[in-house]
Design a protein around this ligand. Structure first.
Ligand code: NAD
Ligand code: UDX
Length: 465
């Protein structure tokens, strides 16, 4: 079966870039990305490519090439479902904030709504692709809904988790390490798997397209994120030992990373991992383990999150204790708010927690991030509900000039590893700060010797003083 018409429900950080790349690589397939969020769809359709709702290096060029040719963004969900042979579900699956599993389980209400809508609208057989990250065995729930509320059409459910990382989404999508497709092992299932594999085969080598059963595919996604996050928590745990012993975490990372069994990637110590996936997916895994009574397994993975919380807490504690045990009324400049460089995404960013901790200590914070807009920053703080929005706005200001951000500051906290921070005139920044001028480098971004030569008191995560 050759797919000619694809619909993707959810025009977010995954749906948008993923479909843009499919459309670019498969000019013969019509790809329609739909969303109920009208503002988001309008932004995807904006003439000015700077206004796309997702910032990813290289994405604007791809959208410019494919949009209007075979890539469409629309709010007409029913119409797109009706026309498509293959439907990707790429809606959000956040951690539940209510009821059973609150704070741990994945909230599948958006997934279920999609399934019900697909069932209601579909008049021909369709292949449904789980692109969202889902708990293992979700496919059977989706199938139940489709089969019991549909119009007697046949559905095949595939799991095709997305492994892109934000900031490198285009690169990751154009040359993925692997594409994972899980499906039923009966003839119809295998046919559906091949239909999706054929789409990817337009640009992905066959030996990178991995076929598995549905449950393996669903669980592999949670496992991959758990392993990646575990590496960050592991190196962050070592960073604290390094600081006590005079070892340098960057040297330790290099030394262990040269062991080919360990590998060099994902060993960068930081102020803590963020992003919409790691915490959510591990909590989900912990919940699944607990629901099967596997308490040791649950505790093992939960520790990855606890270590990450500790890393954020000890970073802000260190700022307070270094600034003579009080930051009340002191100006702390934040460089970076995004959860990593090259993205405007701030979900679960360490900066949010660090800001909240310091605001509790009555610090006055100014923030500069090259891509994150002011309203996002206030919304992130508001979401925590720690204090009134008015108080947040009084105590925290957002600047669009990094030099102004640091003017008169007692300390600078580097919270995102944006490359441009390395190119700043640090001497000029030093001259306009309060003295002693502190830099707390939560990303190990700057050169210790250079900063100390200028006169800064420089703290680098994972480096003995
Ligand atoms: P997102 O919040 O950016 O986008 C989801 C979109 O789905 C939103 O625009 C929302 O309006 C829309 N939506 C929700 N319900 C809908 C409905 N019933 N009909 C139409 N539209 C609807 O989320 P995201 O970051 O793109 O993540 C989507 C999924 O992909 C999640 O399961 C996530 O875990 C997974 N994932 C994310 C990443 C990542 O880097 N962000 C990477 C891999 C996998
Ligand atoms: C992650 C997975 O990498 C990706 O495969 C999955 O599809 C979605 O979740 P993402 O969250 O976008 O991607 O970014 P990632 O590069 O994994 O970084 C996550 C967090 O870990 C960031 O806050 C980053 O700064 C931090 N990190 C990463 C470190 O602190 N040290 C590292 O060595 C690597």
């Amino acid at each position: 079966m050759k797919i000619k018409n694809i619909c993707c429900i959810g025009a977010g950080y995954v749906g948008g870039p993923t479909m843009a790349v499919i459309a670019k690589q498969c000019p013969n397939i019509k790809v329609t990305v739909v969303d109920i969020n009208e503002a988001r769809i309008a932004a995807w359709n904006d003439e000015n490519l700077d206004n796309l709702p997702v910032f990813e290096p290289g994405l604007d060029a791809i959208v410019a090439e494919a949009r209007g040719r075979n890539l469409f963004f629309s709010t007409e969900v029913d119409k797109a479902i009706d026309e498509a042979e293959m439907i990707f579900i790429s809606v959000n699956t956040p951690t539940k904030t209510y009821g059973k599993g609150k704070g741990m389980a994945a909230d599948l209400k958006y997934i279920e709504l999609c399934a019900r809508q697909i069932a209601r609208v579909s008049k021909q057989d369709k292949i449904i692709v789980e692109k969202s990250t889902l708990p293992v065995r979700t496919a059977s729930a989706i199938k139940d809904i489709l089969d019991n509320t549909g119009n007697d059409v046949a559905f095949q459910i595939l799991s095709n988790p997305e492994f892109l990382a934000e900031g490198t989404a285009v690169e990751d999508l154009l040359s993925p390490d692997r594409v994972l497709i899980g499906g039923d092992t009966n003839p119809e299932g295998l046919k559906a798997i091949e239909a999706l594999a054929d789409v990817y085969a337009n640009w992905v080598p066959q030996d990178r397209i991995l076929r598995t059963n549905v449950w393996s595919s669903e669980l592999s996604k949670l496992t991959a994120n758990a392993f990646l996050a575990q590496r960050v928590s592991s190196i962050n745990a070592m960073s604290e030992i390094c600081e006590k012993t005079g070892a340098d975490v960057n040297e330790v990372s290099k030394a262990i990373g040269m062991d080919s069994r360990i590998g060099a990637k994902f060993l960068k110590s930081s102020v803590g991992f963020g992003g919409s996936c790691f915490q959510k997916d591990i909590l989900n895994l912990v919940y699944i383990a607990k629901s099967y009574g596997l308490n040791e397994v649950a505790d093992y993975w939960e520790q990855v999150i606890l270590m990450n919380e500790h890393q954020k807490q000890r970073f802000s504690d260190n700022i307070v204790s270094t600034l003579y045990n009080t930051v009340s009324g002191k100006k702390i400049a934040f460089l970076g708010w995004a959860f990593k460089k090259d993205t405007n995404d701030t979900r679960e960013s360490a900066a949010i927690k660090i800001a909240d901790n310091l605001l509790n200590e009555q610090a006055e914070i100014t923030v500069f991030d090259p891509k994150v807009v002011e309203e996002r920053i206030y919304a992130d703080l508001e979401y925590l509900n720690t204090r009134s929005n008015e108080e947040n706005r009084n105590l925290l200001k957002v600047e669009n000039d990094p030099y102004k951000t640091c003017e008169n500051a007692h300390a600078i906290a580097i919270l995102t590893e944006w490359d441009e921070f390395k190119t700043y005139d640090w001497k000029q920044i030093f001259n306009k700060m309060q003295k002693p001028a502190f830099v707390f480098d939560g990303r190990g971004l700057l050169d210790k010797e250079t900063l100390e030569d200028i006169g800064f008191v420089y703290y680098k995560i994972g480096t003995g003083q």
